[in-house]
Design a protein around this ligand. Structure first.
Ligand SMILES: [Zn+2]
Length: 347
């Protein structure tokens, strides 16, 4: 259904809270190839990409689809599967992360009001998250980004880091609280052949992060910390009763209270899944997102529509009010990402 035919008398902004810059110009991949060839002796170097190449990469990609689908703003972060935190040394990860964040910053400057930046962090297996704080501060403070993506498993599928409840992560949480910026949980590619990156690893990481946080003291110690679970929260909506039972058995914070501490994005692609997600986690804790381009970049033969064209699924939930939809498309996104500004403010 074209955007203009959706019933939207409320017409808030529609903010897509989860997009990656997957259509990067070739110059970034040239940079990466050079970086790999010099992996033993990392240098930051320059990325040879012009503004025209950036424009071309978006005007045939995300920007075109945002317009077609009636989405006003997208929160844009670097390619997730290519974050490659497990790859090379901490310095390789740092330089790669920095150039990716800088490229997203250029996008946001070229299209103010259409994209808001979300940064990757220069994580590396075994390296303290404290080492990410400087880049986080640069992206939030200097670039005006609104949040970050946090990978709970920088080993790429081998889970060598302490769980998210461990104080190992606390320097990053302290910085996020101080900056009033959220972290969206997001894995990168897996190098463990047991997992498929987007088919199982991403969803495993989301579900695992939920339980790690649920059995932790993180939200007692950081009551203002904002965490977003992408991909509809992995298995959380479907297995809510299991988590509710585990909460009782282990004397954790009750599931229905704990769940309000998190935000869940709507990167699910069927009517059943969308309704279950919103029903289980509640209208106040859902933020609209499609994760285009890349995650499910295929046409559904049943509908003829791209799977990631999922905005109509929110409109089609019969028991949502217009006020509910306004929350999901705009209000909750601004609560999760307060650096976007106050409601109705120009981004
Ligand atoms: Zn993603």
């Amino acid at each position: 259904m074209p955007a203009e035919q959706l019933h939207e008398p409320w017409r808030s902004l529609v903010i897509d809270a989860h997009g990656h810059y997957t259509t990067v110009p070739a110059g970034l991949r040239v940079f990466r190839a050079l970086q790999i060839s010099l992996m033993g002796k990392p240098v930051k170097g320059a990325v040879n990409v012009s503004d025209d190449e950036i424009r071309a990469s978006l005007e045939d990609g995300q920007l075109k689809l945002l317009d077609e689908r009636g989405i006003d703003v997208m929160l844009l972060s670097p390619m997730a599967s290519a974050m490659g935190h497990h790859f090379g040394s901490a310095l390789v990860s740092r330089y790669w992360t920095e150039v990716n964040n800088e490229l997203v910053h250029r996008v946001c400057r070229l299209y103010p009001g259409r994209f808001a930046g979300v940064c990757s962090l220069p994580q590396s297996p075994g390296v303290s998250p404290r080492e990410c704080v400087q880049e986080l501060k640069r992206c939030i403070g200097e670039f005006g980004f609104v949040g970050c993506n946090l990978n709970p498993d920088p080993s790429g599928g081998y889970w060598t880091s302490p769980p998210l409840g461990d104080e190992w992560w606390y320097p990053l949480y302290e910085a996020l609280e101080a900056l009033d910026a959220p972290a969206m949980i997001h894995a990168s590619a897996t190098c463990n052949p047991a997992f498929h990156t987007t088919g199982s690893h991403y969803l495993n990481v989301d579900s695992t992060a939920f339980v790690q946080l649920m059995e932790s003291r993180v939200f007692s110690d950081f009551p203002r910390l904002r965490i977003i679970l992408p991909h509809g929260g992995g298995n959380v909506p479907y297995q809510a009763a299991r988590y509710r039972a585990l909460g009782i058995m282990n004397k954790w914070e009750p599931f229905d209270e704990f769940i309000t501490r998190l935000y869940f994005d709507t990167t699910v692609y069927s009517q059943e899944a969308m309704e279950l997600l919103i029903k289980v986690v509640g209208v106040d804790n859902v933020i609209y997102a499609s994760e285009m381009l890349g995650g499910v970049n295929a046409i559904d033969p049943a509908s003829g529509r791209s799977f990631d064209d999922n905005r109509h699924l929110v409109h089609a939930v019969p028991w949502l009010t217009d006020e509910d939809r306004t929350k999901i498309f705009e209000g909750n996104v601004r609560k999760a990402y307060p650096r976007l500004g106050a409601p109705a403010a120009k981004i």
